[in-house]
Design a protein around this ligand. Structure first.
Ligand SMILES: NC(=O)c1ccc[n+]([C@@H]2O[C@H](COP(=O)([O-])OP(=O)(O)OC[C@H]3O[C@@H](n4cnc5c(N)ncnc54)[C@H](OP(=O)(O)O)[C@@H]3O)[C@@H](O)[C@H]2O)c1
Length: 253
């Protein structure tokens, strides 16, 4: 553990999957973590209980609601005594293939996905960055984007678009917040084995997913967590503005 650790880190969407692995990784590195969840309180509690060390806290809220996003950051600041790192990991992932989706459902799904993945992340970034600026913290914002921003998401076009927007948001904020010593970067994972997507690895369709990578497998959540921890590390500030592909060479750009 470096002497600069013991930072306050807010990880959104840490009630399972990649967010849980990120929370665990930061805690193992000696950081204090605000574990955020939206609806799965028990799973949020389970993440909290799994963390190494003490002084971690649980926060919750639907980040599509601007007031709730503000409260999430305020609760993390209060619970941790200040915030040094924001990890925008939470996301709405809702299939809506165009040929099979009614126009009404298309509207509702686009609104929901952009509301959570773009507006939610933008509002959390705003509140966290203003806190960091006021406190003079050389903070970090790490976005969990997606390979889908580049490779396409034919069954979830709003999701692919939201991740492209998230990467772009991170790049704009990297320039805007650099003068304050705040670094902003994104990780773009390929297919990662979480409970949510486990069923897609079954049978021949699953083999095709694993076969997208020349390694013949998908990522473990810990591999994405490792990248997020690196991007947030004090020594990695020069990655600010980057979008780091972590996809096992399954998509090159
Ligand atoms: N798994 C993959 O293959 C993959 C690939 C590329 C990128 N990613 C990205 O990695 C991140 C984590 O994905 P995952 O697979 O680990 O998914 P997951 O287990 O389904 O986690 C999603 C998280 O987002 C939270 N969330 C959803 N809607 C929310 C809202 N309105 N407000 C606040 N939080 C909300 C959920 O909270 P509750 O459960 O408490 O409601 C949950 O903690 C996402 O950004 C995803 O886009 C995943």
């Amino acid at each position: 553990m470096s002497a600069e650790r013991n930072r306050g880190v807010l990880v959104t969407g840490a009630s399972g999957g990649i967010g849980r692995a990120i929370a665990q990784r930061f805690a193992a590195d000696g950081e204090r973590v605000a574990v955020h969840y939206a609806s799965r309180e028990e799973e949020g509690e389970a993440t909290l209980a799994s963390l190494e060390g003490g002084e971690h806290v649980l926060v919750h809220g639907d980040i599509a609601d601007p007031a709730a996003a503000e409260s999430v950051v305020a609760a993390a600041v209060e619970g941790l005594g200040g915030l040094d790192v924001l990890v925008n990991n939470a996301a709405a992932v809702i299939p809506h293939p165009l040929p099979e989706t009614s126009y009404a459902d298309w509207q509702a799904t686009w609104r929901r996905i952009i509301g959570v993945n773009v507006f939610g992340a933008a509002n959390l970034s705003y509140c966290a960055a203003r806190h960091m600026i006021e406190r003079g913290t050389p903070g970090r914002i790490v976005n969990v984007g997606s390979r889908g921003a580049y490779r396409g998401e034919p069954d979830m076009p709003a999701y692919g678009a939201s991740k492209a927007a998230l990467h772009s948001l991170g790049q704009s904020l990297a320039v805007s917040l650099g003068p304050y010593g705040i670094g902003v970067a994104s990780v773009a994972p390929g297919f990662t084995l979480t409970e949510r997507v486990q069923h897609r690895l079954e049978g021949s369709a699953g083999e095709a997913v694993s076969g997208q990578s020349p390694f013949g497998r998908v990522a473990a959540p810990e591999e994405i967590a490792s990248a997020a921890a690196y991007l947030a590390a004090p020594e990695a500030v020069w990655t600010s503005g980057a979008v780091l592909d972590v996809n096992g060479a399954s998509h090159l750009r």
